[in-house]
Each structure stands twice: as C-alpha cells, then as structure tokens.
Design a binder for this molecule. Structure first.
Ligand SMILES: [Zn+2]
Length: 563
C-alpha cells in the first residue's frame, strides 16, 4: 500500500483483538460485517486485509468547548478528424467474447449487489467493505488477478468523516429543540455559547443593514434564493434548499451575526427530512493529514416551519454543539487481466466505476429506508465483472485494469485516491472507460461525456467509443450533457474526472438521470437488463479497440477543463 495511513496490513491482527465497536458509529455493527457474504469470502480472498482495515478504524471525538440534443456532436463530426489523426488505429471489428457478456449474469449480480442486505453500500460503513469483498471474490472467480496493494484485490485508504455529535443540543429560552426532528445543524461545528437572539423574520439582507447584529444570534425565515435552480434539474429541491440556506447564511454573516437560526418557508420545509438526513451524515474527505476538527464556521441551525412561532418569540439561544470525527477505511477494488503482447502489456486500459452508494438514510412513507443504488452504480459494478469475465477468456495485447472505486458518492474520493496513489505507473494507464448509471431510460439512447471540448481529452478514445457503438451498441448517442453550459455539470460528477485531471484519456458512459436518482427507489427491479447488457458490450468493445490498437490513444495537448 502506497500511503495507507493506519491501514497497513498487520499479519498478527485479528478481529477479536480489537474492540472496534465503540470506534464505529452505530450504523456499522461488527455483527453485520460478519454475515454470510464475508464468511464465504473468507475462503477465497484476503480476509486478512479486510480484517486489518476494519480493526484499524479509529475515532477521535473532538469535543472542545463542550463540543440532448447536441448529439450532433455526432459520429461523423468526430470520426473524420479522429481517424485521420490516428490512421493506424486498429479496425473496430467485434470483440471475440461479446457473447460471454450475458444478460443473465448481469441481472443475477445486480440483484445481489443492490439487494437490501448490502444496505446501500455507503462508504465509511462495513456495508461498502462487504460489497467490495464480494466484488473481489467475483473478480477472482472470473479469472482476474489481484492488482491492489500487497498482492491483494484491495487498496484501502483512509476516509475522514466529521459529523455533528449526538450529544449536541440547541435550546431556545432554555427549552430544547429536538435535533433531526425539529431542527438540523447544517454543518458540523464546535460551539458552546449562550447568545441573545434577534428575530428578523423575512427582512431582506439590505433592510437589516442598520441593525446592530454583531455578536448576536439572528433568527430569520428562509427566502426564495436569488437564482433558484431551473425547474427540470435533478434533485431540484435539495439544490433549492441549500441555495436558500447558503444565501441567508451569507447575508447574516456579512451583518456580523454570531449564529443563525433559519426557519423553513413552505417550500423548503418539504425538503427537511431529505436534506437534513444528508446534513446529519456530515462531511467526508480523504484523510492524509489525520486532522479531524471541523473548520471554524458560524453555527447554523435550520428549524422546521412548525416551530416558527417559538423561534420568533425566543430571546435567547443556547448552543452546545460538538463535532465527532472518524477515520475509517474506504476501499478501491483493483484487478487485472494481463495483456498478451510483451511490448504492450505494460500499458493498461482502465475500466472504472464506483461500488458505493448512499446507504440507509430515513424511512419513507412506504417503509423503505435503503438507498440501494441499483443503477447508481451497481449497474457499472456488475458490468465490469462481465467485461472482466470476457477479457479473461480472451485477453487483449494491452492489459485491462479494473478499478471499482469507493466513496464516489462522497466526492469522487476513491478515484482521487487511486490517481494519487496508483497501483500501476500513472502514465501506463492509456485510457479510462468509466461508467456511472447505465441501466435506465429509453432503451435505445445513451450518453457519452468527454467527447467535446473542453472535456474531450483524446480523439482516439472518442473515435473508439463511436466505432464500438456502430458495431455493437447501436445507441442514439446524446452528447448534450457534455456541453460545458449544461446546468447539471454532469461531466464533473463521476470518477473519470479524477483521471482526466491527471492527463489520462478518459470517457464517461451513462444512460443519465431519472426520477429515482439518489432516492430509495433506485432498485434492481427498475433496471432495463437488455439495455444494461448492450451498454456493457459497448464499453467492452470500446476497450477492446484501445487494447488492441497499435498506438496508445492520443492526449489532447493543452487539455484544460472549465472548472
Ligand atoms: Zn454514481
């Protein structure tokens, strides 16, 4: 392991040598870790690595003072220029083991990986580790060799989480608000103070300029944000709410307030349960520093509409807010099928996807509390297993590297870690074929990103994807989401980004958003398995073109992203 922090393998460590239960937040129980999936895995892969990782989780409770349409970026447009630039790119053809990619395998694997027993695979929980162990086991069975750290399928890396402690209290005139029910702490912070509370209601930022709010807590209603998100954007109310919270917070901060109590308006109140669930999770980062304190910031308490009267009448705010910090392992699963050509096997075609999702958040009206992440991103996780089986049966001249990245949902953290600490030389990765959500929407349409400037970073890679689509995928390709002016900023929301930033040719396959995106309804039964099979074959065929070409794909000189 290149930089594993506390997660170095320790041959002498056994699970029972530690008392790790107190080190995990309540949602990660060792008993669930030791379920049948892991016990089965024990027979075949390195449990030692997993055990070491689980045992090494540590807590430091830091408690200070109390605590489409542009798809005319079409094939013709690209391939003419591209093929001229790469005359010896190998003819596309159909890869030899296309039929080895079977719908029945994909369906079986996806139902398992997205089952309730995986509990939504949130990073920093044992559920992500369990899912990763299962993937490694499947990769081994498929004939892929380990390519993680220390001869294992795993690259463990330290994930730092900071969240608001359950001991935290917020009181109005001495009477508590029930956290996560009446009120949410918007971001973890340490605060232990009693402040005079001033109510400004719906007064605008301008109209409070004459008030002396310095050093006081200010209570205000949330207002419509000055630039509300467009009506059709994904997760619109979450974005709307965070804009409303951020704008009000910024205005009060400018006015010198020491703390803010923000009361929902009618529209943001409907978002309270969902958004506060994420606020309760806290913040995540890869942890190379070992520092676990939250940044100093103004405490912001978001209160439900039903408490409006109480907040408006209160004169005193008591904050007893503490932050807790955890460092636990997340993991990338890394496997390889070695190339057949001695001259090219030191170069890698990388298949990339993330295995984590959002976990267990809250119980909806139908009684479901598990964000299964079937499309996002069990779909690509199982596609990579299928591509691995096909590639193992008939390897390419170049090697194929498979990287299942952890903690993508927490900010592309696993891919960032892998690119910073690759288990093969960074410049030996000739192309990254990343997928995220490939099993939904119209059966005949798909999207490609990384195909037009400024996101395009390899003409040959784009040409390969289009050629493979012509031979295998037969999708109508939507590249409009690759437009830098697209409001979703979709290019910036999956793991290819980490590789592209490092100058590695990278492309992103997806079948885009749907109303079940990042909800408890993203379930295996809603996947179009025929489409998933075609998408998997398309990604496989794209990699085959790159893996068999004489020359490695070009890198667009001066590649520079808009953000
Ligand atoms: Zn995803």
């Amino acid at each position: 392991m290149s930089r594993g922090g506390g997660y170095r393998l320790q041959a002498t460590m056994r699970i029972q040598d530690r008392a790790p239960l107190v080190d995990f937040p309540p949602e990660t129980q060792l008993s669930s870790f030791l379920d049948s999936a892991v016990i089965r895995m024990r027979r075949s892969i390195s449990l030692l690595a997993l055990a070491a990782a689980a045992g090494c989780a540590s807590t430091s409770a830091t408690s200070a003072a109390g605590h489409a349409a542009l798809s005319s970026g079409s094939r013709a447009q690209f391939s003419s220029g591209v093929l001229a630039a790469q005359p010896d790119a190998s003819p596309p053809g159909v890869p030899p083991e296309l039929q080895a990619i079977k719908q029945s395998d994909l369906q079986r694997d996806l139902y398992y990986l997205a089952s309730d027993s995986m509990k939504g695979r949130r990073s920093g929980t044992l559920d992500e580790l369990r899912a990763s162990a299962w993937i490694a086991d499947q990769a081994r069975a498929a004939g892929l060799a380990p390519a993680g750290d220390n001869g294992t399928y795993f690259q463990f890396w330290p994930l730092r989480r900071i969240r608001t402690s359950g001991r935290s209290r917020v009181l109005l005139d001495g009477a508590p608000l029930v956290l996560w029910q009446d009120a949410s702490v918007v971001a973890p912070v340490e605060a232990n103070e009693e402040l005079p509370l001033v109510w400004i209601g719906t007064a605008s930022a301008d109209s409070i300029a004459h008030l002396d709010l310095r050093g006081k807590a200010v209570a205000a209603e949330l207002l419509v944000p000055s630039r509300p998100p467009v009506s059709w954007i994904s997760l619109r109310m979450r974005r709307y709410t965070s804009s409303a919270l951020a704008e009000r917070t910024a205005a009060l901060q400018r006015a010198g307030a020491a703390a803010a109590v923000l009361v929902s308006d009618d529209s943001t109140d409907g978002e309270f349960i969902r958004s506060s669930a994420y606020q309760r999770l806290g913040s995540y980062a890869d942890d190379s520093t070992g520092r676990g304190a939250p940044p100093a910031r103004m405490p912001v308490v978001w209160v439900r509409r039903a408490q409006l009267q109480r907040v408006a009448e209160a004169r005193r705010l008591t904050l007893d807010l503490a932050a807790e910090s955890y460092s636990y392992p997340s993991v990338n699963v890394v496997a390889v099928v070695r190339g057949t050509d001695p001259a090219r096997r030191g170069q890698y075609v990388v298949y990339s996807g993330h295995q984590d999702h959002d976990g267990v958040l809250f119980t909806d009206a139908a009684g479901d509390s598990i964000w299964n992440g079937a499309d996002d991103n069990a779909s690509v996780s199982v596609a990579m297993l299928a591509i691995g089986r096909a590639t193992a049966r008939h390897p390419m001249p170049r090697s194929a590297l498979f990287v299942w990245q952890g903690a993508e949902e927490r900010g592309l953290l696993g891919s960032r870690w892998f690119v910073a600490h690759p288990t093969v030389p960074r410049d030996s990765m000739v192309a990254v074929i990343n997928g995220d959500m490939i099993g939904r929407n119209n059966p005949d349409s798909a999207a490609l990103l990384g195909v037009q400037p400024p996101h395009l970073n390899s003409h040959a890679l784009v040409a390969a994807a289009y050629a493979a689509n012509a031979e295998v995928g037969h999708f109508v390709i939507d590249t409009s989401w690759d437009n830098p002016r697209h409001p979703e900023g979709w290019y910036f929301r999956s793991d290819h980004l980490s590789y592209a930033r490092a100058g590695i040719p990278a492309i992103f396959f997806t079948t885009l958003l749907h109303p079940d995106y990042h909800t408890e309804r993203d379930e295996a039964a809603r996947i179009d398995y025929g489409k998933l099979t075609r998408m998997t074959r398309w990604m496989y065929a794209t990699g085959w073109i790159i893996g068999t070409a004489d020359a490695r794909p070009d890198v667009v000189p001066g590649f520079r992203l808009e953000r």
